[in-house]
Design a binder for this molecule. Structure first.
Ligand code: FAD
Ligand code: NAG
Ligand code: NAG
Ligand code: NAG
Ligand code: NAG
Ligand code: NAG
Ligand code: NAG
Ligand code: NAG
Length: 498
């Protein structure tokens, strides 16, 4: 049976290469024995970071198990259906998951994703955060609005700092704090509306959760890598993934169902082959160390039943409770592609565009204009976040795209129409069964150390560790946080498994 599985695995390696831009080479054959030094669950940025570092440190037998039929997890670069001029700066492709390298440089030096982007041959272009904002009638926002918004965000910042210094309650949401602020003085209707718009755009969209769901004290306890600009990898994040996946042993379509760490020295990893050759076959592999990068949303779904089976022995109640207390956010994209950007190039001249919606804040109102960035693609992306985005997932693609086009029509003079996009892509990350959301956040109710408690290593010899964006204390919700968490976990486990 085991030899059978190994043969299957070799076949899977040859046959189940992911298509298109995310197809790296897999050149190693499976090791003869069933016992690995290190098994890494997941081929996202964290799993590949872990594999790279473990290999550098001399760990010999490393195996990556991936449930999907492709590598990369929450990074996926989708080729577009358009022909660009021969001198175009970037290929026609769009990231459906992570897109930016946030803050490419600063006191910590270069963001590690910038280095990987260069090593992969993709390179990157820095982007500006400049934007335009239009009121619900489609009129560009006035200086009065802009200055009121900025003034209110500045006042909020001062208030929020004081709030943090004053023994805040873990049970507060950010909405609670907003309401306290609003009651702290008598503000004009304009001031209140501007602040709510500002918090929606700057915080709720960014953390991709509602103000009522974000923790008052802890939702913004993450850090920026640096203070430099953001950047876009020119060939998309899949180029980085392909580079990191090269020369690694990755078995796609392998779903891990049980991590049994009851034996202190050797961990059993079991599961099933989901599709391709050997569909339905069960496997059990053994490893001296395991790095589990299953996303937070997936872990929460596994821990939801009364008797979860993912971990054997079951997680301690406090650890399981900590994982469940965290929040899984939701950010979705509506990608709209035209042959060229001529219909908006004279109107939307900045990368960011806000089409304000005063009755349903943040709904189909944030856009990114790739034509005004260094990749110069004729593409507009509309973002939705939080519970609104969750509701949109049950709408059809056609209705979703038409809702995203609606506010844009207000930009054009009466009688002019938007040419139909030649291609559209609608993401649904909450419905994705291998993540159930976009990235983690500190949800109302968590404490300062919930994230740390949630992802403490397991077993008397701590041979099962966690990595992934959700485990990084400084840079959660980012590609570089995921990558660094994998590296750190490889460094912790390497001495134990060699
Ligand atoms: C829409 C969106 C936009 C984003 N934008 C940015 C951005 O601009 N910049 C940025 O830095 N970050 C961004 N992020 C966040 C970034 O994508 C993630 O933080 C990062 O990619 C997570 O990497 P990971 O390795 O932790 O998880 P993943 O990439 O999810 O990898 C985990 C892997 O585990 C696999 N897996 C799950 N369950 C099993 C199982 N049972 N058995 C085997 N394998 C399993 C999954 O299929 C997946 O491949 C964005 C995310 C989304 C969704
Ligand atoms: C990436 O390459 C560009 C162009 O050569 C260079 O300017 C930049 O400093 C490099 N970045 C890193 C992180 O090495
Ligand atoms: C505001 O959003 C709601 C809900 O999506 C929508 O029905 C309405 O048309 C939007 N209003 C404007 C001005 O875009
Ligand atoms: C993969 O291995 C081959 C052969 O050893 C080597 O030529 C190549 O540079 C390696 N690729 C990467 C990205 O490490
Ligand atoms: C782990 O798997 C091996 C091989 O299948 C098996 O012999 C062993 O009993 C398993 N260990 C535990 C603790 O289940
Ligand atoms: C731009 O695309 C439109 C269709 O959206 C087309 O009618 C027009 O001819 C194109 N313009 C150029 C300069 O290619
Ligand atoms: C790609 O473009 C062609 C021609 O414009 C069109 O027929 C086809 O439906 C498009 N495919 C997608 C996936 O949008
Ligand atoms: C859970 O509680 C036990 C017993 O009180 C303690 O030893 C352990 O460190 C706690 N685990 C976490 C992750 O907090």
């Amino acid at each position: 049976m085991l030899t059978f599985v190994q043969k299957l695995a070799a076949m899977v390696m040859l046959l189940a290469l992911p298509s298109s831009m995310s197809a790296p080479s897999q050149t190693q054959s499976p090791p003869p024995s069933n016992v690995y030094d290190l098994i890494i669950i997941g081929s996202g940025m964290s799993g590949l970071g872990a594999a790279k570092r473990a290999k550098e440190l001399g760990v010999a037998k490393i195996l990556i198990l991936e449930a999907r039929d492709r590598f990369g997890g929450r990074t996926i670069t989708q080729p577009l259906n358009i022909t660009l001029p021969p001198n175009a700066p970037a290929p026609a492709a769009i990231d459906l998951g992570a897109a930016w390298i946030h803050r490419i440089s600063g006191a910590r030096g270069f963001n590690p994703m910038a280095k990987v982007a260069n090593e992969s041959g993709s390179g990157y272009v820095t982007t500006s955060e400049a934007g335009l904002s239009f009121d619900p009638k489609g009129v560009e926002d006035t200086d009065l609005w802009d200055s009121t918004l900025q003034d209110m965000l500045d006042r909020w910042e001062v208030y929020y700092e004081k709030y943090l210094d004053g023994n805040p309650k873990d049970s507060d949401s950010l909405l609670t704090v907003y309401n306290q602020f609003i009651q702290s003085a008598s503000w004009s209707t304009l001031q209140k509306a501007a602040l709510l718009q500002g918090l929606t755009t700057e915080i709720a969209m960014d953390y991709a959760a509602d103000l009522s769901q974000l923790s008052g004290p802890w939702s913004q306890s993450d850090q920026n890598w640096g203070n430099g600009p953001d950047a876009l990898p020119l060939r998309g994040y899949s180029a980085l993934i392909s580079y990191l996946a090269a020369n690694k042993t990755i078995w796609t379509n392998y779903v891990v169902d049980v991590i049994d760490y009851s034996n202190p020295a050797l961990v059993n990893v079991s599961g099933r082959i989901l599709k391709g050759p050997g569909t339905g076959a069960k496997f059990t592999l053994q490893a001296k160390g395991v790095i589990n990068t299953m996303p937070l949303g997936y872990l929460q779904a596994q821990l939801a039943p009364a008797t979860p089976i993912l971990f054997k022995p079951a997680l301690a109640t406090n650890q399981s409770a900590a994982i469940k207390a965290m929040g899984m956010a939701l950010l979705n994209k509506v990608v709209m592609v035209w042959p060229n950007s001529s219909w908006w190039s004279g109107i939307v001249t900045k990368p960011w565009l806000t089409m304000r919606n005063s009755t349903s804040l943040g709904s189909f109102s944030e856009y990114y204009n790739l034509a005004a960035t260094g990749v110069k693609l004729p593409v507009l992306i509309c973002f939705n976040a939080g519970s609104f985005a969750k509701g949109v997932e049950s709408m059809s693609d056609a209705v979703t795209v038409s809702s995203a086009l609606g506010p844009l029509r207000r930009l054009l003079p009466a009688g002019k129409t938007i040419p139909p996009p030649v291609q559209t892509i609608v993401t649904r990350w909450a419905s994705d069964p291998w993540t159930y959301g976009s990235y983690s956040y500190n949800k109302v109710g968590v404490s300062s150390n919930t994230r740390q408690k949630a992802f403490a290593p397991l077993g008397t010899q701590k041979r099962v560790g966690f990595a992934g964006e959700h485990t990084h204390l400084l840079f959660p919700a980012t590609a570089h946080g995921a990558y660094l968490s994998g590296i750190a976990e490889a460094e912790r486990l390497a001495p134990l498994v060699m």
